[in-house]
Design a protein around this ligand. Structure first.
Ligand code: PLP
Length: 478
């Protein structure tokens, strides 16, 4: 019945690497009516034939973004490792849930091994630590907020927040939005999240942090948790984790490191110094689907202490859990049904070893450094900051334009190139300026591609300056 569909999907898998090379348009710029004109979205009362479904799959493919390409730089994931794809398919074929050892014996041990090995990069010892795979670092961050609350107010597991004093969670102004979502979700209220000013590179400003803690304490709030970011979302830079760990200790705060993006630099002996201080964290978020190219999603929350996840989350449900809470991973997780996301990481790690993982990180950092050197070497561009992770933010410069018009120009450059669909990168506002933001996901990205990107940006900028009515600005092309 479904042979045609099986053949189609097998062909995609078999040609994964070749297809990536051949892709030139990564995103076709269809309008919604154009998509609906070709893709029959409606779910019918009577099912359709496998032949018709195969054609529908073609339409889904045509109208999706090709993210497994070096020129997809729009988000913090991208060119996936082929072995990871196969690992994910294997997990689907096994179709089990990670809540109990009973239904996932090998997979439970695989998840525990991954947690142990990831933890050994954080805490430098495989004897400490625990953790759990989560559906992304947003959920890891929110889970860590719950752990921090329960560590400081153990009664809140029973009585909720009602009996507690107000508390404060300190993050930099460049922290990921998940902390605010967590506060909304956990009934803490948005005001619990104290956003602290960053320096010009985007790292949390320590004097401002000390001042913010002082203010909160003076207002009678309990300093609950301090977050250090290992790889900020916009510029990819690292907070000074060591100094933050000392401040957290001084105020007896839970110290959480959000290493969603930059945690993976721990795999590199050359780069790991950027995370010095992470060994003092109480918990760490880390998404392996970002820098490591494991297919979405593959993320963990690591904890320094064993037992802490069960203490917070274990519940009695004897229709499911009959055994050891250390082996029934569902007792450590917020989820019930849970995918075997560790499998794809484990297969990739086994195939490549620590060396292969280190090579990927070093390759990405070499590419980011090379790309930013090229940007710095041209008067047409301004680099936001030297890359600390494989994120490169820059903007096209035209001295005759006012700051507002320069922003309009850069936004329009991005929009034009994005709509063309061959090179996909994003833009972001940083200290009032719009920057083009490229997240490099191909460790073998060569210099020709970098030149292609910069040539395209310059070409589009000059075209836009010629047709300046689009921008509502008044100057000559450079
Ligand atoms: C610093 C940071 N933390 C957390 C997240 C959320 O991660 P995830 O997409 O794995 O939920 C992101 C996402 O980009 C991030 O940049």
């Amino acid at each position: 019945m479904t042979n045609r569909i099986t053949d189609k999907i097998i062909a995609i898998i078999q040609n994964l690497d070749e297809n990536r090379q051949a892709e030139t348009t990564l995103r076709k710029s269809y309008t919604i009516p154009e998509i609906l004109g070709n893709l029959d979205i409606a779910i019918p009362e009577r099912g359709i034939s496998p032949e018709a479904l195969t054609k529908t799959i073609d339409q889904v493919l045509d109208k999706s973004v090709k993210t497994n390409n070096a020129l997809f730089m729009n988000q913090m994931f991208g060119k996936q490792q082929s072995i990871g794809v196969l690992g994910d398919i294997l997990a689907v074929l096994l179709n089990t849930s990670m809540y109990t050892y009973e239904v996932a014996p090998a997979l439970t041990l695989i998840e525990k091994e991954c947690i142990k090995r990831l933890g050994s990069f954080v805490w430098k010892s495989s004897e400490t630590g625990d953790g759990i795979f989560t559906p992304g670092s947003s959920i890891s961050n929110i889970t860590a907020m719950t752990l921090a609350r329960n560590a400081t107010f153990p009664n809140s597991k029973k009585t909720g927040l009602f009996d507690n004093l107000r508390f404060s969670i300190f993050v930099s102004e460049h922290a990921h939005y998940s902390f605010v979502k967590g506060a909304l979700f956990l009934g803490m209220g948005e005001q619990t999240i104290v956003k602290v000013k960053s320096d010009t590179n985007g790292k949390i400003d320590i004097p401002s942090l000390n001042k913010a803690i002082g203010n909160e304490v003076q207002n009678g709030h309990i300093p609950l948790m301090l977050v250090g970011i290992a790889g900020t979302t916009i510029t990819g830079v690292y907070d000074d984790l060591y100094r933050l760990s000392e401040i957290a200790k001084k105020y007896n705060m839970w110290f959480h490191v959000d290493g969603a993006y930059g945690g993976s630099l721990l795999f590199s002996s050359k780069e790991k110094h950027k995370l010095n201080g992470i060994q003092y964290a109480d918990s760490v978020s880390w998404s392996l689907h970002k820098i490591m190219g494991v297919p979405l999603v593959c993320a963990v929350l690591l904890t320094k202490n064993k037992g802490i996840l069960e203490n917070s989350f274990a519940v009695s449900a004897d229709y499911l859990f009959h055994g050891d809470t250390d082996l029934d991973l569902g007792q450590k997780s917020l989820q019930c049904g849970r995918r075997a996301d560790a499998l794809k990481l484990w297969l990739a790690w086994k195939l490549e070893g620590d060396n292969g993982f280190e090579g990927r990180v070093d390759g990405l950092m070499n590419a980011a450094n090379k790309f930013s050197e090229k940007i710095n070497g041209s008067e047409a561009f301004e680099l936001l900051c030297l890359p600390e992770t494989p994120i490169v933010c820059f903007r096209f410069i035209c001295l005759e334009l006012s700051p507002g018009n320069l922003n309009k120009l850069n936004k329009k450059i991005r929009e034009t190139i994005f709509n063309d669909g061959r090179i996909l990168f994003n833009y972001s506002t940083y200290e009032g300026k719009i920057y083009l933001r490229c997240v490099i996901s191909d460790p073998n990205m060569d210099e020709t591609l970098m030149e292609t990107i910069l040539t395209e940006v310059t070409k589009v900028a000059n075209q836009l300056l010629l047709t300046k009515h689009d921008l509502n600005i008044n100057t000559q092309p450079v």
